[in-house]
Structures are given as structure tokens and as C-alpha cells.
Design a protein around this ligand. Structure first.
Ligand code: NAD
Length: 494
């Protein structure tokens, strides 16, 4: 693989874009300067601070909820068609501002520009999809079995929502929550990850330009997520908490939400199995592996974590993926030809080194990579590692980085057992040309999503989400809007 030297200077177009990104809190339709030390946002490719932004206090958080609560009735009463058209305008504006959003995500999060562009497309689709769904919220109507009355079932917006997002997909994780909430008629307070708040602030400006009324969307970046979130979650005006992030934080938030019996959606961690059978089309499996493992520098909840490969093809599979990995160009995501960017921070780099060390100490072999290169930024070499032994941390933990770890199996039952031996259940990938076997794997692998002969499943029109400790609820698809609606039944006696 090639490691590209990174310059630490911002290019003029980067500086100009960053100057246009708002640096305040967005509350009640107004930009506010913060009252405490700002959040310093870094470029992970250089470690350099690229912007300082307002840092919300717990009081700011409650004021944001005040604004969302004050705007709730009017927004719920706004005609679905009007809500739909505002979301559609937001979709159109995002296409116009595509280049800015892509560059901004590369600057604050590190993914290569081509992938950032892909995220603008994916993130934008939630605006388009839910603009279409806003006018299709329907209920049921019918006679009761006794024949003594009419039962009417309708859907109402749940009310003010608190949305907490992670840093790995700064735009898509926000649109995947904001778009269905607004489509359903809910107002929101959004707390973006402190590592990547700029995209959300820039998006707040876009929503205001698209005509979202004051107070419907409020944005509160903060460096103290817990102390700002607790009072919001404890406030009886809040009716819904939607969180995307790690399973440990999800557990804490679920416990807090329990106090007020709050509606919750939890999109948590993953530990995806990627099973390759001996009858798989290896070209497709290798191509799928590259996508499922190295997209977003391995920092995706859907990232393939454990490659479970039939013993008869494991060597050939490992050889081919190693060849591909050695052709990667690692560097700042803005540089030409770069395919792998930096990790999000130095803790992530240290965690990769620890995972490799643990696996090697138990008998695994590194075929390529395995180290953090010298120099600025939070880089780790894309790595292929084989003979990973049971009990290795690489198999238990969510890797969240560019390490492709291979284990082997001999029977289908063994593959199923290995795939399911985790507390997570977000997504699984299976490669086989035998359709009956593929169907059996879909039935037996305990996940919320499956990719059959593909390494990428996400789609705004599909229900995204997990089982087991990967979470509760679904985002996207026909299901996504129901996370923000509550069902009301009325009996009208005959
Ligand atoms: P994280 O759990 O550390 O943080 C996620 C968000 O929660 C951030 O905004 C953070 O500030 C906030 N947070 C942290 N502690 C909090 C607290 N006590 N109270 C309130 N908010 C708190 O996760 P991360 O490192 O930002 O993201 C990576 C994780 O997200 C991975 O586990 C990944 O699998 C998961 N993820 C899941 C999905 C999905 O759809 N299932 C999608 C993307 C990422």
C-alpha cells in the first residue's frame, strides 16, 4: 500500500468553506454564541484544529427543548403536503450544495472525498424518501366484531424528539432521524457527535433555507454529552429518544429513558459476520469484502468484523484480499487517488494496535499492514490477518477500523454457530451460489439485515436496524416513519 504525505495547511477552498459553516448553537431558529470554552474540531488527517464552535451547556439543552416544545403543535398541524415539500426542497438544496457537504465531511471526519460524495447521496435519499412518506401516513377504519361500533385507528406525531448521532456518518445519521421525524410532524433537538458537529450545523442552515420553521429543528453540539442529555431525557415534555452510537452508551440511555417510559429507537454497535462458502463466486466475495470492510475506513456499524471462510477457499480468499489491500493509497481524503483515510482519533489508532497485538499473541499471522505509520494524523495501515484464534478480541469486539480478520470453518452448522456467537445482531453477509443454502443462512443467522452475495445493504427505502444488543427499532423504509408516530384508537358507538 502507498502512504501519501499529507500537507498540514488548509487549501484556500477548504478555508473558505469552513468560514461559511455556522459556529453557533441553533435554537429556536437563531444562531447563538456559546457561553463556555468552544469545541475544537480537528482534521483527523493532520490532527490540526480546523474550526472552533459553540459548546452547549445543560441550560442551552433545556432551552433547545423549550423551542422544540413551543413549535410542536404548529408543526404537527402543518399539512403533510407542506411538510413533504419542505423536505423535498431540502433534498434539492443538498444536491446543489453537494460538493460543500462532501468536502466538509472529509475535513472533519476523514473519509475519502468519493465516499463523502456517496454519503451525500445516501443521506439525501432519506430527505427524498420521507418527503414521499409524509403524505402516506394512514390508519384503519372498520366495524368492531360485535357490530356495536366503528373502530378508528389513526397515527399521531409522538411529539418533541431528542436525536443523538455518532461521528462516522455525520450527514446520513442526521438525515436518517431528522427526515422521518419532520415528515411525521415532530420537532427535534439534535446533539451531533462532538468530533464531527460541522456537517450538522451546515445542514441546519440548509433546513432553514428550505423553509423549516423556527424551533422545529434545534442543534446543540456539546463536549459534555452526558450532562447536557440527562436533563433533556428527564424532562416530561420530551416524548422520544433516538440514538445511534455504541452499545454501552445505548444501555445507559435506555436506563435513563426508562424513568419516564420514553419511546426509544436504538441503532447500536455491530459485529457483522461475513461468511464465504466453498461454492461462492470468489471474485464477488472479494469485491464484497473490500466494500464491507474498508468503506468508511472500517468505521461503520455494518462493517464486516469477522470473515468466516470455508477452509478449502480460505487461503485463496486471503491471497486475493491481501493483493487488493496492498494496492490501497492511504492519506488525506482530499488527495487524488486516496482510497483509505485516517481513523477518527488517536484512541482509535491505539485500539487497532491493541487488537492486532492480542490476535498475534494468540497465534494469528499478519499478511499485510498491522502498524500505525509515522507522521501526522490518525492513520493505521489497512491490515489482513489470518489464523485468528477463538477468544481473540478481534472476534469479540467491534473493530471499527481497517483490519480484515479471517477464521475458517468446515460445515454449514459451524458457520452458523460462528456467525451467531456474538451479542450483536445488526447485519450478516453470506456468499454462496447455492440459493437454498443462502436461504437457510438468511433464516439462521440472527441479525436484522442480511446481504446475500453483496457487501453493502443500506438503502433509504429499506428498514435498517438490528436485533440482540444491536438495537431497537428501524430507520428508513416504510417502518422508519412509525418510530415517530404513535397509534391512537377511537371507538365510535353505532
Ligand atoms: P458513542 O456511543 O461514543 O457516541 C455516539 C453519540 O452519543 C455521540 O453523539 C456522543 O456524544 C453521544 N454520547 C456519548 N455518551 C453519552 C451519554 N452518556 N449521554 C448522551 N449522549 C452520549 O459512539 P461513536 O463512537 O460516536 O460511534 C460509533 C458507534 O456507533 C459504533 O458502535 C457503531 O457501531 C455505532 N453506529 C451504529 C449505527 C447503527 O445504525 N446501528 C450507525 C452508525 C454507528
Amino acid at each position: 500500500m502507498t502512504i501519501v504525505d499529507t500537507t498540514t495547511e488548509l487549501a484556500p477552498n477548504e478555508a473558505e468553506l469552513l468560514a461559511r459553516v455556522p459556529d453557533g448553537l441553533f435554537i429556536g431558529g437563531r444562531w447563538e454564541a456559546g457561553t463556555r470554552d468552544p469545541i475544537e474540531v480537528q482534521d483527523p488527517a493532520t490532527g490540526r484544529v480546523i474550526k472552533r464552535i459553540a459548546n452547549a451547556t445543560p441550560e442551552d439543552g433545556i432551552r433547545a427543548l423549550d423551542a422544540a416544545a413551543a413549535a410542536a403543535d404548529a408543526w404537527a398541524a402543518t399539512a403533510p403536503r407542506v411538510r413533504a415539500e419542505i423536505l423535498r426542497r431540502a433534498f434539492d438544496l443538498l444536491q446543489e450544495r453537494r460538493a460543500d457537504f462532501a468536502l466538509l465531511m472529509t475535513l472533519e471526519m476523514g473519509k475519502p472525498l468519493a465516499e463523502a460524495n456517496g454519503e451525500v447521496t445516501y443521506g439525501g435519499e432519506f430527505l427524498r424518501w420521507f418527503s414521499e412518506e409524509a403524505v402516506r401516513i394512514s390508519g384503519r377504519f372498520g366495524q368492531n366484531p360485535e357490530g356495536t361500533g366503528t373502530m378508528v385507528v389513526s397515527q399521531r406525531p409522538v411529539g418533541p424528539c431528542y436525536l443523538i448521532t455518532p461521528w462516522n456518518f455525520p450527514l446520513a445519521m442526521a438525515t436518517r432521524k431528522i427526515a422521518p421525524a419532520l415528515a411525521a410532524g415532530c420537532t427535534v433537538v439534535v446533539k451531533p457527535a462532538e468530533l464531527t458537529p460541522l456537517t450538522t450545523l451546515f445542514f441546519a442552515q440548509l433546513l432553514a433555507d428550505a423553509g423549516v420553521p423556527d424551533g422545529v429543528v434545534n442543534i446543540i453540539p456539546t463536549s459534555t454529552a452526558r450532562t447536557v442529555s440527562e436533563p433533556i431525557i428527564a424532562d416530561p415534555r420530551l416524548r422520544k429518544l433516538s440514538f445511534t452510537g455504541s452499545t454501552p452508551v445505548g444501555r445507559t440511555l435506555l436506563a435513563q429513558a426508562g424513568q419516564n417510559v420514553l419511546r426509544t429507537s436504538m441503532e447500536l454497535g455491530g459485529n457483522a459476520p461475513f461468511v464465504v462458502f466453498d461454492d461462492a463466486d470468489l471474485d464477488k466475495a472479494v469485491e464484497g469484502a473490500m466494500l464491507a470492510k474498508f468503506r468508511n475506513i472500517g468505521q461503520a456499524c455494518t462493517a464486516a468484523n469477522r470473515f468466516i471462510v470455508h477452509e478449502s477457499v480460505a487461503e485463496e480468499f486471503a491471497r486475493r484480499v491481501t493483493e487488493k489491500v496492498q494496492a490501497f493509497r492511504v492519506g488525506r481524503g482530499t488527495d487524488d487517488g486516496v482510497t483509505i483515510g485516517p481513523l477518527i482519533d488517536d484512541r482509535a489508532v491505539a485500539s487497532m494496535a491493541k487488537l492486532v497485538e492480542d490476535a498475534v499473541s494468540r497465534g494469528a499471522r499478519v499478511l499485510t499492514g498491522g502498524n500505525a505509520p509515522e507522521g501526522d494524523g490518525f492513520f493505521f495501515e489497512p491490515t489482513v490477518i489470518v489464523d485468528v484464534q477463538p477468544g481473540s478480541e478481534l472476534l469479540r469486539e467491534e473493530i471499527f477500523g481497517p483490519i480484515l480478520a479471517i477464521t475458517t470453518f468446515s460445515t454449514e452448522d459451524e458457520a452458523v454457530a460462528a456467525a451467531n456467537s456474538t451479542e450483536y445482531g445488526l447485519v450478516g453477509y453470506v456468499f454462496t451460489q447455492d440459493l437454498a443454502r443462502g436461504q437457510r443462512m438468511i433464516d439462521r443467522v440472527d441479525t436484522g439485515m442480511m446481504g446475500l452475495n453483496t457487501g453493502l445493504v443500506s438503502n433509504a427505502a429499506a428498514p435498517f436496524g438490528g436485533v440482540k444488543q444491536s438495537g431497537l427499532g428501524r430507520e428508513g423504509g416504510l417502518e422508519g416513519i412509525h418510530e415517530y408516530l404513535s397509534t391512537k384508537y377511537t371507538l365510535i358507538p353505532a
